[in-house]
Design a binder for this molecule. Sequence first.
Ligand SMILES: Nc1ncnc2c1ncn2[C@@H]1O[C@H](COP(=O)(O)OP(=O)(O)O)[C@@H](O)[C@H]1O
Ligand SMILES: [Mg+2]
Length: 320
Amino acid sequence: MIIFPSYLSAPSALETISVCQEIMKSVGVAEINAVHLKFIDPFGMAMLGACFDEARRQGRVIRIHHLSPGLSGYLQRMDVFTGIELVDCTMKNGTRQDRSDALVELTQLCDRAEVGNAAHRLAKAMIGRADPDDMPDEMTGYTAYERLVEPLQYALNELLENALTHARRGNKNACVWVASQHYPNKNLIRLGVVDNGCGFLESLRAHTKLQREHHLDAILLALQPRVSCNRDLGLLADSVNQGVGLTTSCRIAEHAGGRMILASGNAMHSTSGYSGESTGAYWQGVGVAMEVNRSKLADVHVKDLLPPLDDIPAVKLRFE
Ligand SMILES: Nc1ncnc2c1ncn2[C@@H]1O[C@H](COP(=O)(O)OP(=O)(O)O)[C@@H](O)[C@H]1O
Ligand SMILES: [Mg+2]
């Protein structure tokens, strides 16, 4: 029997990854005891989404035992449990409440062409409904609602795009799972984005600035401005290769009173301070958790947070 820990969440990313790995490595029916599980955040949800998908593709049955009534209802609304058997779990009630103002059901994306629309739709769902009296600002032309949506849309677009481009270097069928939730008591929006691709180390292994071939070093390198696995290809017109997506997403989180947590391979890093490597837990792809304070989003201007253009190394010109 596999045992879920108390928290499946971004702050306990390595523990979350460890149990997902255990599920994926086990053979036959995966029997999971959820009696200790108290809390699951969007990162945990997206991780389970990726992990259950893998198990299902192997044709395996997943059975979860003793999940608390509150969590069963919540996780069913989040679509985590499609095709999963719940055993000895009491349901609060079977009806699916409309909570579209507060949460984004677990979503799987596999098609890069869908990223733009998905980022827009998900960012709007994360902010909730617009105020009908919200008029565009005369100077900028943007409504207050659009100003809240923009930073989240930018970050989602970058994270999803990364997952369906860079992550496919090692696994061309890589997909990405995303979930989000608004926590009204602290006015926090949490987002989880998890892919099953090649991971940071694989995509940056050949980068000249990578000091050690360690997952933690690769995560920290990816966060630096203008670091991209494709920088040397000179594809600067392409936003995927400018090396600013992760840097800017972190800045957005921090300016909005939050943080980013990134996990890949056996390592995790949080912009609020903690970095670590595990001897056991291992996630082949990349998992990102972002937390922002909803009330601070309006003060975040993505344009101001983008790394300046003058830090792009000069292109060698040849006159022949
Ligand atoms: N999901 C991912 N899987 C693998 N590698 C990634 C992923 N996301 C980012 N990376 C690595 O981190 C680098 C920096 O990402 P980013 O800041 O978005 O810049 P860019 O996408 O322009 O290269 C990427 O070039 C890639 O090497
Ligand atoms: Mg990018």
